[in-house]
Design a protein around this ligand. Structure first.
Ligand code: NAI
Length: 291
């Protein structure tokens, strides 16, 4: 079928092996999408502890699905058998699609894409899961900007259907078309977005976050504000979402700056569910503890 502005009859690139860089909140969930579709994934971290934690979360998620009868018990080992954890980015040399999901910091992302440029095989698609950063600038860190695009998943990445496919100024048509086909294969609802601040989803959510912070400063509690959203029929409110996604996402761009409650929470390590505390406190099962 025809994809926004893409000519028909394009030859798609073969995606048989996927690489994921970063095994944090997003990397694990992103990997699960491919593992569940039977596509092998090599996941790269910079520290053993983070790698173990990330792959542990993937296993736990599969085991929970099996316990609920959503997947067969043998599907857990099947999926885990397709996952190769490593600390060596050079192990991505044979991947057809590499998705970067590391800290939201331009310098760090550029460094990784510069490295990928020397490691990835010719024709490999290089994607960033960035939430806000300029995909064109990331692409310019490589000698092959035609192979670069944004693949913006939403948290939890193994659950949320939406995938923004971010088309850079130089992204080749067959790269975009392949990304759309891959999205279909992993059962996502793909939407093409241009390079802009926050793409579509986060751009829409931003004013809501800003108003929520204003209300908080005026004396409303996160509980009150979130409750109103839930009553409106949304699955969660802005503070619950922030804790789930990671309060620290935007903060890594400049951790020295403390301008609002969010920055202050980050500075004291209240990064949300992943650190057990954010706007809410959580127990070890990530349920909000009464406080
Ligand atoms: P996170 O902080 O949970 O995980 C990032 C991981 O990357 C860490 O485990 C870190 O050790 C690892 N890492 C950092 N530099 C590395 C390197 N050079 N090589 C290998 N691993 C490295 O961050 P999170 O939340 O998963 O975000 C990752 C990216 O995804 C960011 O660009 C963020 O903006 C984006 N994103 C986040 C969403 C969310 O809801 N958390 C939603 C959509 C996109």
């Amino acid at each position: 079928s025809k994809i926004d502005g893409i000519a028909e009859g394009i030859t798609l690139r073969d995606i048989r092996k996927v690489g994921v860089i970063g095994a944090g909140t997003m990397g694990g969930g992103i990997s699960m999408n491919f593992l569940s579709a039977g596509i092998p994934v090599t996941i790269v971290e910079q520290e053993q502890a983070a790698l173990d934690r990330g792959t542990g979360v993937v296993r736990k998620n599969y085991e929970a699905s099996a316990a609920k009868g959503r997947i067969k018990p043998e599907a857990v080992e099947q999926a885990m058998g397709l996952l190769t954890p490593t600390l060596n980015i050079e192990d991505l040399a044979d991947c057809d699609l590499i998705i970067e999901a590391i800290f939201e910091n331009m310098d760090v992302k550029k460094e990784v894409f510069g490295k990928l440029d020397t490691i990835a095989k010719p024709g490999a698609i290089l994607a960033s899961n960035t939430s806000y950063l300029d995909v064109n600038e990331i692409a310019a860190a490589t000698s092959r900007p035609q192979d670069v695009l944004g693949l913006h998943f939403f948290s939890p990445a193994n659950v949320m259907k939406l995938l923004e496919v971010v088309r850079g100024a130089k992204t080749a048509d067959d790269v975009l078309a392949t990304a759309m086909a891959v999205a279909k294969k992993i059962k996502k609802v793909a939407v093409v977005a241009g390079v802009c601040d926050g793409f579509i989803g986060n751009r829409m959510l931003k004013p809501r976050q800003i108003e929520a912070m204003k209300l908080l400063m005026e004396g409303a509690t996160p509980q009150q504000i979130d409750k109103v959203h839930m009553d409106f029929g949304m699955p969660m409110g802005p503070f619950q979402m922030s804790d789930l996604a990671g309060v620290d996402i935007g903060w890594h761009r400049d951790p020295s700056r403390i301008e609002n409650v969010r920055d202050a929470l980050c500075a004291v390590g209240r990064w949300g569910q992943k650190t057990g505390k954010g706007f809410y406190d959580y127990d070890e099962k990530r349920n909000p503890s009464p406080s």
